[in-house]
Every structure is written in structure tokens, then in C-alpha cells.
Design a protein around this ligand. Structure first.
Ligand code: ARG
Ligand code: ZN
Length: 883
């Protein structure tokens, strides 16, 4: 059933207070719920409809009286009280559930012997009957009873107010959460866990106990998560003035988890891969992800929990904003330009394709069948770009004023994206024109820029035109409000001072506290408009969309010479990198067309020189160099083609990599040698930059596939003392098929077989291999003793990894599509959320040639015909076919 934003109605009944009691058992668990109901409008007598899925109703009382059969009705999704009392009353419901059999990992389930919950978005209805919607905000208490030896630790939200022993080897704990919350933030954890404890004193003097819970053997791996948590708490105070509001903050790591993590009030639950790290078992990328996600979930305490969403269409209200906050946090903890580059790459590789495909939806979707399918890169990452644009337009202090007003107005409420917009606008008396379209129009806007320098008048004009492509259900679009951060470079490579711009018939002054500015933000709001700069002494090179000030695709009349100039000189590091990317994209696309016409491939020497000068520029940050010498991904390139040709793109990108490695062999070799270190692993900018550059150089050299390089990579593999370098050496060796590769892969497995997070990387590496015919190897790995279809991380590594191989997933014989189709049907019976994420790999099937289209289409049809298909997979498969 499809649900529409336009049909939103306020609830007839509010729930003021909820008392839960769980009796945890080995076969079944009993859930007692006592709800204090009050009508929104006095005298209301509408039926009360509660959501409930996979529940066995044991008893039902209203005001203490057991209800009889004709007073209520139960179907597979609801419990309906046809004529509830008017006025306030209590509702007591007892249900029975089977967490042990719950493989969907939604609601209450068991993971590695421990109980845990995941309620967002609509999982609470698998625990008990409830109005499972975020605008029902109540105060909760939660009593948990369970076997003391099996479940020595009993956790829920808020404060622990009582605990003690019971008969029969059982014990109990009672938790009380003083803050109102929607049920999606409810959490319960019970099991054999131990905690790393620390404290944080808030700036107003509250002493907060911080506890990170894992099985005992993993405790040593929680140090980085604890460091990240304390850094996040401090950062939110410093940057947003936001403090933690309870005396206890719990984080629990669980190995079976559908997504990354969950911000349940004071009891965050994490996928263990985003908590556990040691130098030997986690890479720099893992350390960075842990920092970002620990921050993200902590930041939700204000942006998500204290102020939550009115309905699920508003998801980006909390997610876009919280992603923006975690991006800013990571920027402040590391390198801002490098973080920006990584975030924009992610947007381009994943969000742009989504926004151009059958699942394209606005940041605030208009409808959904299954909300879980809308936890997307559009809602999260494009949503974060929308929040970033407010900051670009208002400046840091204006943005802060808007945030302050947002909390002042809405603390304790469930609100909408317009409420956020209004707070930003009102706090600054700002004119945001048609900005709200960013929430309602899907598709990536195309921005075209034409420049003109008038030598006589000494004026420089930029003409912008924009187009928003049609997307499913939105054939015609309005022009958007695009903030364009701009600088003009003189021939000396420096930014020209900008004092005024002529636009829309008026001269607007550009000032930066009375001083001329070096970067200005142009407000592009129309289909076409011109900006003219006066007193420009020479033809400048424009640096447009600095810091990537809007999530658009830009085309401009910049020449290659302009781009090389920006690559060498731009004061905006993001745009320096970007200039290199634009050059690389053009180069790859040109060579792809040569390849398709069977022309010989030749690498442009100017490009080679550009890469060389970046690689050898010792004044640059090493992490920046690593990013700048990395070619755009294959997905990003395919996304720019009329008909995506995975074989050609892969062949050309490999050719360029190999050619660069061949020409720059000495420089790359020196880069590897000069960036070795025998010191103990530190996750700090200096060391992680060094490793990033070294590993990038090593990967280039691996593409040479010769004996000398094999020796070098083997040396790195054997001498490395941390996973970042060891795994990079393994990746380099993996490119060189043969005996050495097989031996090293086996060695790596033997070494790490007891560290399942490391083994997941081993699965992913093999799954992603572009060795032709790799599907057979992946099939074999499905039967590997370390593999398990019920664990999402393993599925994402092996099956998700395979779908990332352009050569094998898109194999022309259809073997890759067939593999995924069969697995999707199998997975759907275990875990619909995970299955639907895997099926998404088919969603861009129309982008390929006819042979591939037919093969992929056949699999989508086969999936849709499967018996008992979940709504999750149905939505993705049917929308993919329809578009
Ligand atoms: N709110 C969580 C976050 O921090 C994600 C929850 C995802 N749940 C789901 N069923 N898709 O982003
Ligand atoms: Zn989130």
C-alpha cells in the first residue's frame, strides 16, 4: 500500500505515558504495555487503530476491564478498537513475540545470544500494538525481566531507577526516560556484555557516565569509539551550544544490524563495524567512519530526538541535518577540504545515479510503500547539501542563529522541513526565494555557465542557465535557488578583490566587513540570468561553485588551459581538486569513445604532467594529493554516458592507471618508500595522510602487474603493522592474478579468521574482483564456513561487493544478474530490508545496452513473480521495471 504525504492527518488520540514490561524468554517473550490515552479533541469517539505485525495478542484491557471479542478487531497489521471510551483512559495490552525467530532484525531480535531492538522506522509495531508514528510522543518506563546468568545486563532508555533479583535465577531492571519520545527511539538490550566506562563533564557541570557495551573480548577495541564520543560531545557544545541532557549515555555494539547505527535516546545501538577498531583489525577508513557515525548518532540527541519528525516524509529534517553536522564535525577533527572532497565524491557516485533513475525522489519524498526504502543517499546526503546551502547563504553565525531559533521554537515537538526553513529565515530576516523547491523537486539540476570578458569596458560577465531533468512523477520542473560561491583568479594565480556585481538591473555591493571579498555567493534563482563584474583589469579564470556550494552538475566554457590553471592555483582547495576531476572525466570519456571505435588508446601528456606535478608537490597536504591523483570512479563515469558501457569504462580507467604507473614509476616508488614508518599506529592527520598517499601510490604500482611490483607489495604486506597498510598491500596484490595472489589471500584468511570484521573485507575484496568469470568464485564463497546469509555485513561484503564489479555483475552473458536475482529471492525470506538493498543494484538497468537490459529485466520480472515477496523488494523491483 502506498502512503502519501498529502494525506497526512493529525492523530485522533495522543499517548501521554507508556509503561512497558518485558519478560524475556528462550522461546517467546511477553510484552506488557500500559498506555495512557487522551483524545486530541475533547469528546472524540473515532476508532483507535493500533499498528501491530507478527504479534500474538494475549489480552486487552480498557480502564482495567478485559475487552470482549466484539469490542475490538485484529488483522495481520492492526488492532482496532471500534468504540473506545471518550475522554482519557488506560489501555493494557499483552502480546507474545518470538525474538529468536526474528531474522528481519527489526523490532526485538536476538543477535549472537543477546537481545536488542531496532524500531526505526516502523519496527516498534513488531514489539507491541501501538500508534507507530513519530508524532505520538510519550514518556516511557521500561521494566525488563530475564535470566540473570544469560542476560546479566539489562538496558533501556533514560535512567535506571530500580533493579533486583527475582525467583528462578531471574532478575529485573526498571528504566525511566524523562523526555517524551516517539516509539522509534525506544530501545532495549539484554545480554552478556561488558562496558568501557568514562565520564564527560558538560560545560554547565553535569557529570555524564559514558558506557560502551560489547562482548568482553571486544572491549579493547572500543577506545577509539570512546575518544570519538567525547570529541563529539565537546564539539556540539563548542559549535552549537548543545549539551547532553542525562547523566548516562550508553552505546552498544551488535554484530547483526541492518544499517550503520541507531540514535535511540541515551541507548545508541551500533553495527559493531562502526564501534570496534584496533590498528591491526581496522583501517584508517574504519577509524574515520567510527568517528563520523559515533558523532552522527550522538548529534541526533538534539537533531532527531529533542526535536523529531512529524511524519516519515520529513526524515531529512533529522537525517540531512545530522549528516551535515557529522560532516562538519569530521571536517573540524581532520582536513576540511579532504572531507569535502570525500563527501562530494560520495554524492556523485551514489546520489546522482539515484536521482537520475527510477527510484529518484525529492529530499522530502511524496509517497512510499515501505519507508525503509527511503533511508537513501538522497534523503541523507542530498539532504545534508540542502542544509549546507543555508549555511553558505547565511554564514556560520547566521546559521547558528537559525539553529538556536529552531530549538527555541520546537524543543519537544515533532515538526516538518518547513519549520526548519522558517527558523533559518526568521532568525536572519532572510529572503530565501524559491529555496523550498530543494525539498520537493527530485533530479540533479544542470547548471550551465558562459563567460565573457569585455576588454574595453573591463567587465566580466557570467551567464547562468539551469535545467532540472524530469524524474518519475515530475515531468516538468521549476528553476531552483542555486547559491554559487565564486572567485576570480588573475594571471598571477591570486584571487581578484570583488567589490560589486551588476545583476537584475541593480548594482549590488559585495563586501566582507567593508573589505572587498575574494569569494562571493551569487544567488542564481532563474532559468537564465547574468552577473556582471566591473573593474576587472584582465580576463580572469573563474573558480565557480567553490567548496561545491550547491548539489548540481555544472557545465562551463572553461578551457583545458583554464582547468590546468585552477588545478595549479585555486585558493579553494576543493575547486583545485575539482579542476583535476573535470579534466580526468573528459579524458576518460574521450578514450572510452576511442575504445568503442577500436582506436588505439593514447594518454594525453598534459594530463600526465598535471598528475606528476601534484604527486611531486611537497607543499601539498598528502591526503589531498592522494585524492587529487585518484581518477573518478567507474560508476561516476558510467553515469555521464548516454549508454553506460561497463567494459569500456573499466578498460579505459585501467589503461590510464597503468599508463600513469608506467610513466611515473620512479615517483610512485619513491612515494611508497618515503612514506613508510616504523612508529606505532596513530590515527592523526599526519599519519593517516602519509598512509593514504603511500597506499594510493602502491595501488598504482600494483596495476603494472610485474614481478618487481609483486615483490614490493609483498614486502609491504609482510612488514606492515596495521591493517590500513596491510590491506592496501593485499589490494595491490589482488590485481595480479596468479599463485602469489592466491597464497596471500589464503595467508590473510588464516591470520584473521577469528576477526569476522576483517574477514568481511576479505570477502569484499574477492567479490569485487574484475577477473572475468569471478561469479563462480563468489558462488563458492557463499558456502564458505565464515559466510552467513543472515548477517547483513557479510551480505553487503560478498553480494554487495560483487555488484560493484563492472565486469562481473554486468557480465554480458547475464551470469551476474542471474546470481543476484536468485540470491535476492532467497534473502527476501530472511531479511527484506537487506534483500531490497541488494535488489537496488538492478535499478539502473535501463542505462545499459539492449542485451544487458533484457537480461536484467528478466531477473526483475522473476523476482516480482516470487511467492510471498516483501513490500520492500516489491517497491524497488516494481518501480525499477515501471520507469
Ligand atoms: N536513524 C538511523 C541513522 O542514524 C538509521 C535508521 C535506519 N533504519 C532503517 N530501518 N532504515 O541514520
Ligand atoms: Zn541518522
Amino acid at each position: 500500500k502506498e502512503i502519501f504525504l498529502k494525506n497526512y492527518k493529525e492523530p485522533d488520540y495522543f499517548f501521554e505515558k507508556v509503561d512497558l514490561n518485558f519478560q524475556l524468554g528462550e522461546e517467546t517473550t511477553l510484552v506488557f504495555s500500559k498506555i495512557f490515552v487522551s483524545p486530541r479533541v475533547e469528546g472524540c469517539s473515532a476508532p483507535l487503530v493500533l499498528d501491530g505485525v507478527d504479534l500474538k495478542l494475549i489480552s486487552l484491557k480498557v480502564n482495567g476491564e478485559e475487552l470482549k471479542g466484539d469490542d475490538f478487531h485484529v488483522d495481520s497489521r492492526h488492532l482496532t478498537l471500534s468504540s473506545p471510551p471518550s475522554g482519557k483512559y488506560t489501555l493494557e495490552i499483552v502480546t507474545e513475540i518470538c525474538p529468536q525467530k526474528n531474522t528481519s532484525l527489526e523490532g526485538l531480535y536476538k543477535s549472537s545470544g543477546n537481545f536488542c531492538t531496532q524500531c526505526e522506522a516502523e519496527g516498534f509495531r513488531k514489539i507491541t500494538f501501538y500508534q507507530d508514528r513519530p508524532d505520538i510522543m510519550a514518556k516511557y518506563t521500561c521494566r525488563i525481566e530475564g535470566d540473570k546468568s544469560l542476560y546479566p545486563v539489562l538496558l533501556s532508555n533514560g535512567n535506571l531507577i530500580e533493579q533486583g533479583d527475582l525467583e528462578g535465577g531471574k532478575h529485573f531492571a526498571v528504566w525511566e526516560d524523562p523526555f517524551v519520545k516517539p516509539c522509534y527511539l525506544f530501545a532495549l538490550v539484554a545480554g552478556q556484555l561488558e562496558s568501557r566506562d568514562d565520564t564527560f563533564i558538560t560545560r554547565s557541570g553535569r557529570k555524564v557516565l559514558l558506557r560502551i557495551w560489547t562482548p568482553a573480548q571486544d572491549l579493547p577495541k572500543t577506545a577509539h569509539a570512546m575518544y570519538s564520543l567525547k570529541a563529539a560531545m565537546k564539539w556540539d557544545e563548542d559549535v552549537f551550544g548543545l549539551e547532553y541532557d542525562l547523566d548516562l549515555f550508553n552505546v552498544v555494539a551488535v554484530p547483526d544490524f541492518n544499517m550503520g547505527a541507531m540514535e535511540n535516546k541515551s541507548l545508541n545501538i551500533f553495527n559493531s563495524k562502526l564501534v570496534l577498531a584496533s590498528p591491526e583489525t581496522a583501517t584508517d577508513a574504519d577509524y574515520a567512519a567510527i568517528l563520523g557515525v559515533i558523532g552522527h548518532e550522538y548529534f541526533h540527541n538534539w537533531t532527531g530526538n529533542r526535536v523529531t519528525c512529524r511524519d516519515w516524509f520529513q526524515l531529512s529534517l533529522k537525517e540531512g541535518l545530522t549528516v551535515f553536522r557529522d560532516q562538519e564535525f569530521s571536517s573540524d577533527m581532520g582536513s576540511r577540504p579532504v572531507k569535502r572532497i570525500a563527501d562530494v565524491s560520495k554524492l556523485r557516485s551514489y546520489q546522482f545515479p539515484q536521482d537520475a533513475g527510477p527510484m529518484a525522489h525529492p529530499v522530502r519524498p511524496h509517497s512510499y510503500i515501505k519507508m525503509d526504502n527511503f533511508y537513501t543517499v538522497t534523503v541523507y546526503e542530498k539532504g545534508a547539501e540542502v542544509v549546507r546551502m543555508y549555511k553558505t547563504l547565511l554564514g556560520a553565525s547566521g546559521f547558528r542563529k537559525g539553529m538556536d531559533l529552531y530549538f527555541k521554537r520546537h524543543d519537544g515537538q515533532a515538526v516538518t522541513c518547513e519549520d526548519f526553513f522558517a527558523a533559518m529565515r526568521d532568525a536572519n530576516g532572510a529572503d530565501f526565494s524559491n529555496f523550498l523547491l530543494w525539498y520537493s523537486q527530485a533530479g540533479t539540476p544542470r547548471l550551465n555557465v558562459v563567460s565573457n570578458y569585455n576588454t574595453e569596458a573591463k567587465t566580466y560577465s557570467l551567464k547562468f542557465s539551469q535545467e532540472v531533468p524530469p524524474t518519475p512523477g515530475q515531468p516538468v520542473k521549476e528553476p531552483m535557488f542555486i547559491p554559487v560561491a565564486l572567485g576570480l583568479l588573475g594571471s598571477d594565480g591570486k584571487d581578484m578583490p570583488l567589490s560589486s556585481v551588476y545583476h537584475d538591473g541593480a548594482l549590488e555591493s559585495i563586501s566582507n566587513n567593508g573589505q572587498p571579498a575574494h569569494t562571493t555567493v551569487l544567488r542564481v534563482t532563474k532559468k537564465e540570468e547574468v552577473f556582471v563584474f566591473n573593474d576587472i583589469p584582465e580576463r580572469p579564470v573563474p573558480s565557480i561553485l567553490r567548496g561545491y556550494s550547491a548539489p548540481v552538475r555544472m557545465d562551463s566554457d572553461l578551457t583545458d588551459a583554464d582547468l590546468y590553471f585552477l588545478l595549479a592555483n585555486d585558493s579553494d582547495e576543493f575547486n583545485r581538486w575539482e579542476a583535476g576531476q573535470v579534466l580526468a572525466r573528459t579524458l576518460i570519456l574521450t578514450l572510452v569513445s576511442d575504445y568503442q571505435q577500436n582506436k588505439p588508446l593514447v594518454l594525453n601528456p598534459q594530463f600526465l604532467n598535471g598528475v606528476k606535478s601534484i604527486l611531486c608537490d611537497s607543499s601539498l597536504d598528502k591526503e589531498f594529493i592522494a585524492k587529487a591523483i585518484t581518477l573518478p570512479g567507474e560508476g561516476e563515469i558510467m553515469d555521464m554516458m548516454e549508454v553506460a558501457d561497463p567494459d569500456a569504462v573499466h578498460a579505459v580507467r585501467s589503461f590510464i592507471r597503468k599508463q600513469l604507473a608506467f610513466e611515473l614509476e620512479d615517483e610512485l616508488h619513491n612515494t611508497v618508500k618515503n612514506n613508510r614508518s616504523s612508529e606505532k599506529y596513530e590515527f592523526d592527520h599526519q599519519n593517516l595522510s602519509r598512509r593514504a598517499l603511500k597506499n594510493t601510490a602502491l595501488a598504482y604500482l600494483g596495476s603494472l602487474e610485474d614481478a618487481e611490483m609483486t615483490e614490493l607489495a609483498l614486502h609491504e604486506y609482510r612488514t606492515s603493522t596495521n591493517l590500513t597498510e596491510q590491506f592496501a598491500a593485499l589490494v595491490a596484490l589482488d590485481q595480479i592474478p596468479g599463485k602469489v595472489r592466491d597464497e596471500v589471500l589464503a595467508d590473510f584468511y588464516n591470520k584473521w579468521q577469528h576477526e569476522y570484521l576483517v574477514i568481511n573485507k576479505w570477502f569484499a575484496l574477492q567479490a569485487m574482483s574484475n577477473v572475468p568469470g569471478n561469479v563462480e568464485n563468489v558462488r563458492k564463497l557463499l558456502d564458505h564456513p565464515a559466510f552467513d546469509l543472515r548477517n547483513p555485513n557479510k551480505v553487503y561484503s560478498l553480494i554487495g561487493g560483487f555488484c560493484g564489479s563492472p565486469v562481473n555483475f554486468h557480465a554480458k552473458d547475464g551470469s551476474g544478474y542471474k546470481f543476484l536475482g536468485e540470491l535476492a529471492v532467497q534473502l527476501d525470506k530472511i531479511n527484506p530490508q537487506v534483500a531490497s538493498r541488494m535488489v537496488s543494484a538492478f535499478s539502473r538497468w535501463k542505462r545499459y545496452d539492449e542485451t544487458r537490459q533484457n537480461l536484467a529485466k528478466a531477473q526483475l520480472e522473476m523476482i516480482l513473480a516470487a511467492n510471498g515477496l516483501s513490500e520492500n523488494v516489491f517497491e524497488i523491483a516494481s518501480k525499477s521495471l515501471a520507469a
